[in-house]
Design a protein around this ligand. Structure first.
Ligand SMILES: Cc1cc2nc3c(=O)[nH]c(=O)nc-3n(C[C@H](O)[C@H](O)[C@H](O)COP(=O)(O)OP(=O)(O)OC[C@H]3O[C@@H](n4cnc5c(N)ncnc54)[C@H](O)[C@@H]3O)c2cc1C
Length: 156
C-alpha cells in the first residue's frame, strides 16, 4: 500500500536515510487530529536503527490523536538550501510511516530516555542525565514508532 517515489533518481540510499535520522535534531510528527484536521507537530526524537522514540507529557492533543489512531508519519528535513538562481531548493529529507505505541515497560522507557539524553545532552555526565530522568519520570510519557515504511529523497 505504500507508494513508490515518482522521481526515483532522487531516492536516498538506506545508509543515508539512517544517517539523516541519526543526526536530525527534530522532525514533524503527523497524526490524525481533531475533526479530520491532520495534526503535524514538531518534536525531538531518537532513532535506534529500528524504531523512533519520543518523549512528551501524559496529556494533550498529540496523545489524544495517537490514542484514537496509532498510524503516523514522521518527517525530518536534513538539508534546505535555497538556490535562487535556479529557482529551486537543494533538499534532503526522510519520511517514516509507522505505528505509535505508548511505552509501558519501565526498562524500555528508561532505555529510550537514556538514548534521548545521550543524543541531546552528550556533554552532561551520566550521573546528571540519570538525575534528570528521575526528576521527569513521573509525568513522562515515552512513545515508540515502529517503522513500517521509510524513504529518503534528495534534490542534488
Ligand atoms: C524543535 C522542537 C522540539 C520539540 N521537542 C519536543 C519533545 O521532545 N517533546 C514534546 O513533548 N514536545 C516537544 N516540542 C513541543 C511540541 O511541538 C508540542 O508543543 C508539545 O509536544 C505539546 O503537544 P500537545 O499536542 O500535547 O500540545 P497541546 O497543548 O495539547 O496542543 C494544543 C494546541 O496547541 C497548538 N500547538 C501545540 N504545539 C504547538 C507547536 N509546537 N507550535 C504551534 N502550536 C502548537 C496546536 O494548535 C494544538 O492543537 C518541540 C517543539 C519544537 C519546535
Amino acid at each position: 500500500m505504500f507508494r513508490e517515489m515518482r522521481r526515483n533518481r532522487q531516492i536516498l540510499p538506506q545508509e543515508i536515510v539512517d544517517a539523516v535520522l541519526r543526526r536530525g535534531t527534530s522532525g514533524v510528527l503527523a497524526l490524525s487530529g481533531d475533526d479530520g484536521y491532520p495534526y503535524a507537530v514538531p518534536i525531538s526524537y531518537v532513532y535506534d536503527g529500528k524504531a523512533i522514540y519520543f518523549h512528551c507529557a501524559r496529556a494533550g492533543h498529540k496523545l489524544d490523536a495517537i490514542r484514537r489512531c496509532g498510524k503516523a508519519s514522521f518527517c525530518v528535513v536534513d538539508q534546505d538550501e535555497i538556490v535562487p538562481e535556479e529557482f529551486t531548493t537543494y533538499f534532503r529529507s526522510v519520511l517514516a510511516f509507522g505505528r505509535m505505541h505508548e511505552v509501558t515497560e519501565d526498562a524500555e522507557k528508561h532505555q529510550a530516555m537514556e538514548a534521548l539524553c545521550e543524543k541531546y545532552a552528550p556533554n552532561e555526565t551520566k550521573d546528571s542525565r540519570d538525575k534528570a530522568i528521575e526528576r521527569e519520570w513521573a509525568p513522562l510519557c515515552v512513545l515508540r514508532s515502529d517503522i513500517d515504511h521509510i524513504t529518503g529523497k534528495r534534490c542534488h
